[in-house]
Design a protein around this ligand. Structure first.
Ligand code: FAD
Length: 494
C-alpha cells in the first residue's frame, strides 16, 4: 500500500498543497508516500518548452529527489514518449505499488485540464481515487467575480477584488509544511524507487555543453535557491522596486520568474515574504516598493484566471475575437532580424540578444520588443509569443500570452492599439546611460553619448557600420502609420 504524489510544475517540498495533503493521507493510513514525475518529450514539444527551461526542470528534479530522500520519500522519474499514454502509465504505476490514492496540483492550460478531468473519471472506473488541488495561484481561478457575477477582464478592478479577498481570507497566505518523514520501514518497502536515476534531458531539448555551463552558472536550480533569491531581493531591493524596476541596466527586480514557473517557489510564499517585510499586513498599503511588487506578482494570478475563464486563448486565438482580422505581415527577413537582434534599433536588439544569451529578458524590454514586432514590423504577434516560449527559462503560457496580448493590443486589458512605443524614446527613457545596450551589443561598446540609442541617426554611423551593426530595417514614423491603419481596418474602425 502507498499514497502517490504526482509532481508537475510544483517542484518543491515546502508550501506545496497537494504534497502536504498526500503526506497527511499517507500518515493517517500508516503507508509510505511515493512520488512520481513524468518526463514527456512530446509535451515539451507541444508546449514549445525552451531547452533552458527543460534543463532547469531536470536539474530541479535532482535536488527535489535528494530533499525527499532525506524524508525517506522516493521520487521516481520516468520518460513517457507520448503524452496521451501518461494517465495509463500512472494507473499502472499505482497498481505496481498497490496505491489507491493519487494527489496532484491542478494545471490550468486547456490540454492539462482536459487530461485531468478525464483522469478523475478513469481513476474512478479503476476503483482508484484522484484528488486535484488549486495551488499555483494565491486566489484560485473562479473565486473572484464582478458585482454582476461576471469574470473580470480588466486588471485594476480585479486587483482590488483580489486584495480584498486575501484580506478577508488571510489563511490563503499560510504556508503548507513539508511532508512528514515516511515510516521507518518505507525505505525497504519501496527501495527500488530510490535506486532509479533521473533520466537524461530528452534529445530534442538538450543544451550544448557550452550553453549548459553558462546556464548552470546563471540559473542555479531548486527550491533552496528560489527561497534565497526571494529573501535577498526582499532584504536588499524590494524597497526601491517601484522606482527602479523599469531600468533594465539595473538588477532591480527579483528574477524569481523561473522559479515560479517551475514551481520551486509558490506565489503564496512570494507574497507572504514580501508582506512580512512591510509594516502593515495590508497588501496595498505601506512601503511603495513592496506594494508595487505584490501587485506585479498578482498579474501572474490575473493571467491564470483569464486562461481559465477564456480557454480559447490557448488555441491561438486573440482574447478579442474582433482582432482576428488584422492583416499581419509575414516578412521573413524582418522576423529573422528581430529574432537575431539585428533590427538596427539598439534597445530592441540588446533585448533580443539578452534572451538568446541568458534565456531571460527584462520586463520593460519584453514590452518594447513585443510592441516593435507587432506594430513596427506588423508581424503576427503569435510568432513572437512562440519565439519567447522557445527561449525563456521562465516561459509560462498564461503570462507570456498575456504579455503579448497586452503589447500587441489584442489581449485582455491591453495597451490601446493606437499606443505605439517609440523604440528610440523607450531607449532614452529606460536606458539613459546606454549601459544595457552596450552590455548586449558588442558592436556598440565604444559608442558614447546619445548616439548609443540611434547610432545611424545621431552621428555614430561610420563607427556602427565599421563594427558591423545594421542600419534600421524600418522607419519608425512610417511603420507607425502603417500599423495604425492596419489595426483600424482589421478591427473595423476605418
Ligand atoms: P519581478 O518584477 O521581480 O516580478 C515578480 C514576479 O511577478 C515575476 O517573477 C512574475 O512571476 C510576476 N510578474 C511580474 N510582472 C508580470 C507580468 N507583467 N505578467 C505576469 N506576471 C508578472 N513572465 C513569466 O513568468 N513568463 C513568461 O513567459 C512571460 N512572458 C512575457 C511576455 C511579454 C511580452 C511580457 C510583456 C511579459 C512577460 N512576462 C512573463 C512577465 C514579466 O516580464 C516577467 O514575469 C518578469 O520580467 C520576470 O522577472 P522578475 O522575476 O525579475 O520579475
Amino acid at each position: 500500500d502507498a499514497v502517490v504524489m504526482w509532481f508537475k510544475m510544483d517542484l518543491r517540498t515546502t508550501d506545496n498543497r497537494a504534497l502536504w495533503e498526500a503526506s497527511e493521507k499517507a500518515r493517517e493510513a500508516g503507508v509510505p508516500l511515493i512520488c512520481i514525475y513524468v518526463v514527456s518529450p512530446q509535451d515539451f514539444e507541444a508546449h514549445l518548452t525552451a531547452p533552458v527551461r527543460v534543463d532547469f526542470t531536470m536539474r530541479t528534479l535532482r535536488i527535489l529527489k535528494e530533499d525527499l530522500a532525506a524524508l525517506d520519500i522516493p521520487l521516481y522519474v520516468e520518460t513517457v514518449e507520448k503524452r496521451k499514454e501518461i494517465p495509463d502509465r500512472i494507473v499502472e504505476f499505482m497498481n505496481e505499488w498497490g496505491a489507491s490514492h493519487l494527489f496532484a496540483n491542478m494545471e490550468y492550460e486547456v490540454d492539462e485540464l482536459r487530461r485531468e478531468a478525464k483522469m478523475v473519471k478513469m481513476f474512478a472506473d479503476h476503483g482508484l481515487a484522484m484528488e486535484v488541488f488549486h495551488d499555483t495561484c494565491v486566489v484560485s481561478p473562479g473565486a473572484l467575480t464582478t458585482g454582476s457575477g461576471k469574470q473580470y477582464a480588466v486588471y485594476t478592478p480585479w486587483y482590488r477584488s483580489w486584495v480584498a479577498h486575501v484580506h478577508a481570507n488571510p489563511e490563503l497566505l499560510d504556508t503548507f509544511d513539508p511532508p512528514s518523514k515516511n515510516p521507518p520501514d518505507a525505505r525497504d518497502k519501496v527501495a527500488a524507487l530510490f535506486d532509479r536515476d533521473i533520466p537524461d534531458v530528452p534529445e530534442n531539448k538538450r543544451l550544448s555543453e557550452e550553453d549548459a555551463k553558462r546556464f548552470h552558472a546563471l540559473w542555479p536550480a531548486g527550491e533552496h535557491e528560489a527561497v534565497s533569491r526571494l529573501d535577498r531581493f526582499c532584504e536588499e531591493k524590494i524597497g526601491q522596486y517601484n522606482e527602479r524596476r523599469n531600468f533594465p541596466a539595473q538588477a532591480a527586480t527579483s528574477s524569481i520568474s523561473a522559479h515560479l514557473a517551475a514551481g520551486t517557489l509558490s506565489a503564496r510564499t512570494a507574497i507572504r515574504t514580501a508582506r512580512d517585510k512591510n509594516k502593515t499586513k495590508k497588501l496595498d498599503a505601506g512601503n511603495e516598493g513592496i506594494k508595487t511588487w505584490i501587485s506585479e506578482v498578482a498579474w501572474r494570478d490575473f493571467y491564470k484566471h483569464v486562461l481559465v475563464n477564456w480557454p480559447y486563448i490557448c488555441m491561438n486565438k486573440p482574447f478579442k475575437p474582433e482582432y482576428s482580422n488584422i492583416e499581419w505581415s509575414y516578412n521573413a527577413s524582418h522576423f529573422t532580424a528581430w529574432c537575431e537582434g539585428r533590427t538596427g534599433f539598439p534597445m530592441v536588439d540588446a533585448a533580443m540578444r539578452q534572451i538568446r544569451s541568458i534565456g531571460y529578458m527584462h520586463n520593460r524590454c519584453r514590452m518594447v520588443v513585443a510592441s516593435f514586432l507587432a506594430k513596427d514590423l506588423l508581424i503576427d504577434w503569435r510568432m513572437g509569443e512562440r519565439f519567447f516560449m522557445e527561449h525563456l527559462i521562465d516561459g509560462d503560457f498564461a503570462s507570456n500570452n498575456g504579455g503579448w496580448g497586452f503589447s500587441a493590443s489584442v489581449g485582455v486589458d491591453p495597451q490601446p492599439y493606437f499606443r505605439i512605443f517609440n523604440p528610440l524614446l523607450q531607449s532614452e527613457k529606460f536606458d539613459p546611460s546606454g549601459d544595457y545596450i552596450r552590455k548586449w551589443i558588442p558592436e556598440l561598446t565604444n559608442v558614447t553619448g546619445k548616439a548609443i540609442h540611434d547610432p545611424y541617426g545621431r552621428g555614430a554611423a561610420a563607427q556602427a557600420k565599421k563594427a558591423g551593426y545594421p542600419e534600421p530595417i524600418v522607419d519608425h514614423k512610417e511603420s507607425r502609420n502603417r500599423a495604425l491603419s492596419a489595426y483600424k481596418v482589421g478591427i473595423g474602425r476605418d
